[in-house]
Design a binder for this molecule. Structure first.
Ligand code: SAH
Ligand code: DHB
Ligand code: MG
Length: 211
């Protein structure tokens, strides 16, 4: 069984990405921005979760060129907003342009700066849905910060929790931190969680709901 073919099969069923997202991906590549946006299976998972939860407020940590922000914004109920955090001014500039092109700029508030600093300024806010997808060594600290901005029912999704299998034998800061993140999530009695594989089974996302 070829799992790559099964991903292609799923894309052929659901249509994959539209032309605008594909153009943004091509342009980002030309600009030398890493091609590490969500794959199509995770994009669909975020879309379904947001469609079911109908969050009024979404927090995203790690904007890149705005791909996952745009995917999520399209599934939002009317009046809902996304706050997305990005440290790279180059990525932020391209993302802002893309939000305009996708006609979703009115729903997305991009906060430029180191996410841990920005998270401190959000202390009065509560989010209904959170997507963690920035620098891997900070994942354990992001979890603590996000739990302080959550309420019963908040759904938290974190990308890359397998790091292509690296969490089984951690060798660098990123894989060590993801191992720590996964244990912290599993041991937290406020969270009901599961891991869902993505990218042909090579990586995975953590899905948690706050009780
Ligand atoms: N969620 C995006 C992909 C994010 S890639 C998508 O699927 O489309 C990770 C992003 O996190 C990169 O743009 C990187 O610049 C950003 N990042 C890295 N360290 C960060 C930090 N300390 N604070 C905020 N953003 C950071
Ligand atoms: C990397 C980061 C990601 O968020 C991802 O989905 C894939 C790769 C990286 O930094 O290598
Ligand atoms: Mg990722």
């Amino acid at each position: 069984m070829d799992e790559q073919e099964l991903d292609t099969y799923a894309d052929s069923l659901f249509g994959g990405e539209d032309q605008l997202l594909q153009q943004m991906r091509d342009e980002a590549e030309r600009l030398g921005i890493p091609s590490i946006q969500v794959p199509s299976d995770l994009a669909r998972l975020l879309t379904v979760l947001i469609g079911a939860i109908q969050p009024k407020s979404v927090l995203e940590i790690g904007t890149l060129f705005g791909y996952s922000s745009i995917v999520m914004s399209r599934a939002l109920p009317p009046g809902a907003t996304i706050t997305t955090l990005e440290v790279s001014s180059k990525h932020a500039e391209v993302a802002r342009r893309n939000f305009g092109r996708a006609a979703v700029a009115d729903r997305i508030n991009l906060r430029e700066g180191s996410a841990l600093d920005t998270l401190k300024t959000l202390q009065r806010e509560q989010f209904d849905f959170v997507f963690i997808d920035a620098d891997k060594p900070s994942y354990p600290a992001y979890l603590d910060a996000v739990l302080n901005l959550s309420h019963a029912g908040t759904v938290i999704v974190a990308d890359n929790v397998w790091r292509n299998g690296g969490v089984l034998a951690p060798e660098d800061d990123g894989t060590h931190a993801l191992g720590t993140f996964n244990r912290k999530v599993a041991e937290n009695e406020r969270l009901l969680s599961t891991i869902v594989s993505t990218r042909d089974g090579s990586d995975a996302a953590m899905i948690s709901v706050v009780r």
